[in-house]
Ligand binder design. Sequence first.
Ligand code: FES
Length: 87
Amino acid sequence: MRIVTHERSGPYKMKVRDLPGAEKLDPNSKLLDLPLEFCGCGLSRDKPFCDDSHRITRDEEPGKIYVYSESKERIISGKFYRSEDKI
Ligand code: FES
């Protein structure tokens, strides 16, 4: 098992023209302006693309850590403590 953390709660938005290799396309191609959204929250089932799963993170509070199951249920939420914090 591996736990990967994400702090971002929304996608990275870009256009085809921002991708490596886009310079090889016809500069007049409408494809260059096609918008793309890449998952930044880590919850998408369609990675690397955003599938709007990030919406379930909207009520997350700063300073807390949240864990989601494969079925996108929130299974743990709690305060995150650094090792040097006095509890
Ligand atoms: S940013 Fe991850 S699903 Fe949208």
